[in-house]
Design a protein around this ligand. Structure first.
Ligand SMILES: Nc1ncnc2c1ncn2[C@@H]1O[C@H](COP(=O)(O)OP(=O)(O)OP(=O)(O)O)[C@@H](O)[C@H]1O
Ligand SMILES: [Mg+2]
Length: 250
């Protein structure tokens, strides 16, 4: 497997009963890249992320994250990655700052480092003024931002974000997308992002993978995908046009 890539898969496959949820997936994600993982409901995006996280075992094939095999070395993988799940679970009785302290403690950070990182993270996600508010009273958007703050506390090299804009209003969606771009760039953090929002993905993703029925039907930069499917050079095109071409053919 290539050593320069942060995430590598070869023929990664997950079968549930008779169903191939993920079917021989092969792709690489490079350091610092924001990789957009797109595809309809049930395409196998979350299942793929769970295999990369070492949370579910592949039926066959290989995966490497930062040089480790998630299933053989789950502790090393989990230490170095951040994960925003589809449905974030929080302790509703804690306030945001207490929650972040708890995460810092789990990750073995000293109190000094924890406090510094917590203040920076709260600032970056725009929750400084809500830090003492109980999470039970948080709106969905605030919870999503707290989820990102948790990742920042860990300061991982790689983050897996499973639909980070789910349920957010248009303005909050744009702010979340901009936040992801900013933290990825500032911290040289590789991001694998699953999303249904093509317009937003187009704005921040360096490369895109389109997954349909368990298979990666296309991967590349917007330009590469457009050239392959639309045969255009400098003309304007949208990710939606490209996506629909692949979608209709599969
Ligand atoms: N634990 C499980 N047991 C059985 N089948 C499962 C399990 N988890 C997922 N699947 C099936 O695998 C397929 C892929 O599901 P997955 O959740 O990975 O899709 P997804 O691309 O994340 O979809 P969405 O966009 O709706 O989140 C689906 O058909 C789903 O029903
Ligand atoms: Mg999913």
């Amino acid at each position: 497997m290539e050593s320069t890539a942060v995430i590598v898969t070869r023929d990664l496959t997950k079968v549930y009963g008779h169903q191939k949820a993920v079917d021989r997936l092969t792709f690489n994600i490079k350091p610092g890249e924001i990789f957009g993982f797109l595809g309809p409901n049930g395409a196998g995006k979350t299942t793929t992320l769970l295999m990369l996280l070492g949370l579910t075992e592949p039926t066959s094939g290989h995966a490497q994250v930062l040089g480790y095999e998630p299933i053989r070395d789950p502790i090393n993988v989990k230490k170095q990655i951040g994960y925003l799940p589809e449905n974030m679970g929080f302790y509703n009785d804690l306030n945001a700052r207490q929650m972040l302290h708890y995460i810092a403690e789990l990750n073995g950070l000293s109190l000094d480092i924890a406090e510094a990182r917590i203040n920076v993270a709260l600032q970056e996600v725009g929750l400084s003024d809500e830090a003492e508010k109980k999470i039970g009273a948080f709106s969905r958007g605030m919870r999503q931002r707290l989820g990102i703050a948790e990742i920042l506390i860990k300061a991982p090299k790689v983050a897996f974000l499973d639909e980070p804009t789910l349920g957010l209003d248009p303005d909050a969606t744009n702010r979340m997308i901009e936040l992801i771009r900013q933290i990825s760039q500032e911290r040289q953090m590789t991001v694998m992002l699953s999303s249904h929002l093509l317009h937003q993905a187009q704005k921040i993703c360096h490369r895109i993978g389109i997954m349909i029925k368990g298979q990666m039907v296309a991967q590349g930069s917007m330009e590469e995908l457009a050239q392959e499917k639309l045969g255009v050079g400098t003309e304007a095109y949208t990710l939606e046009e490209i996506y629909m071409k692949y979608f209709k053919e599969t």
